[in-house]
Design a protein around this ligand. Structure first.
Ligand code: NAP
Length: 324
């Protein structure tokens, strides 16, 4: 099969389209013919091996796994003998390992049936970013109807899902993004928009029940000042987190700053939960969320997709198709 193979850490040039062995299906796995994948900041951390902390798991000097990729949508070709939930021919989506290829072998509990109203390209945009937004807004943020929710970094992959999910929970949503994306975030449901180039949401006097932060550019003290008395700050992403231990110091600071206070400051790490993939499928099918896709590339140009994503200004998701 064709796959994007990476023998060393580095810039997008390390990603090569090569022949690789088609994976063999395990007893608890399914073999999926991948139709589309999407790229995430997670993928370029694995590509670059940065922050260096990721190498403790991914391989010290070079990546242990030669094929990367998390998000995928495709059609099941074969099921393992213990798998009863799916059968060959099912159209599925999920967050897996090694999806940058024509075929991927995945544990059955990391996938769900694809939303019936989405193409493979659209479905591949959903898993990692959608799960992060869902778990951040629902579980960490504890968002309720009528809550004032601010999403910092609203125009990117996770942010565009977070805006729509918070709206579906009945929140009043404020989206923070650049001038170029104000209309787009309004069009997906944001009640209020803030252009970060001209306004600082931490000093404009407004307060929020939930701040879902995908950017991390302000001090914790500033975020605290923009929260209501019992508000929740969710630290999900951070720009310029450093080459060595990345967000670890930020996470520690966030945890410590919650002690003895009525406000909650919490970091988050999204998990792959099949039940949450099903929630996302239902939200999509009910018309509550629609993936926002910025650009689509073929598999042979996955390095270009990664180069674009690394610039840090994607408008929604960047998708890669896997032509037959
Ligand atoms: N904790 C977890 O489990 C988890 C899971 C997934 C992702 N993440 C992290 O979450 C972050 C966002 O991921 P993503 O997939 O959404 O990335 P993305 O698609 O690359 O989006 C990044 C967005 O950040 C916006 N941005 C840049 N500078 C900004 C600023 N000063 N103020 C407000 N917005 C700004 C950009 O919007 P403009 O073009 O409008 O500037 C862009 O749309 C990343 O750091 C990622 O690593 C964490």
């Amino acid at each position: 099969m064709k796959a994007i193979v990476q023998y060393k850490y580095g810039p997008p040039d390390v990603l090569e389209l090569l022949e690789a062995d088609k994976p063999e299906v395990g007893h608890d796995d399914v073999l999926v013919r991948v139709e589309a994948v999407s790229v995430n900041p997670y993928d370029w951390h694995m590509m670059r091996g940065k922050p260096y902390l990721v190498r403790s798991q991914a391989g010290l000097l070079k990546p242990k796994a030669k094929i990367q990729g998390a998000d995928m949508a495709g059609r099941i070709e074969e099921v393992g003998k213990n798998v009863t939930q799916f059968r060959a021919g099912d159209e599925v989506f999920g967050e897996v390992k090694q999806s940058f290829a024509e075929y991927v072998c995945v544990p059955a509990d990391r996938i769900a049936l694809k939303p019936t109203n989405l193409s493979f390209e659209q479905a591949a945009a959903v898993p990692l970013a959608g799960l992060t937004a869902l778990q951040g807004i629902r579980d960490k943020g504890r968002t309720e109807r009528g809550h004032k929710v601010l999403i910092n970094g609203a125009s990117g992959g996770v942010g565009t899902f977070a805006v729509q999910i918070a709206k579906s929970f009945g929140a009043v949503v404020t989206a923070v993004c650049s001038t170029a994306n104000l209309e787009m975030v309004r069009s997906i449901g944001a009640d209020h928009v803030i252009d970060y180039a001209t306004e600082d949401f931490t000093t404009n006097g407004r307060r929020y029940d939930v701040i879902f932060d995908l950017v991390g550019t302000q001090s914790l003290r500033s975020y605290r000042g923009a929260l209501t008395t019992n508000g929740v700050y969710v630290m999900c992403g951070a720009i310029g987190m450093g080459d060595w231990i990345g967000p670890l110091t930020g996470i520690l600071k966030v945890l410590l700053s919650s002690v003895f206070r009525s406000q909650t400051m919490t970091p988050m790490l999204a998990k792959v939960e099949q039940a949450d993939l099903v929630v996302l499928k239902e939200l999509v099918e009910a018309g509550e969320i629609t993936p926002v896709i910025d650009r689509t590339y073929p598999l042979s140009e996955l390095s270009e997709a990664m180069r674009y994503l690394e610039e840090g200004h994607a408008k929604g998701k960047v998708v890669v198709t896997v032509p037959r």
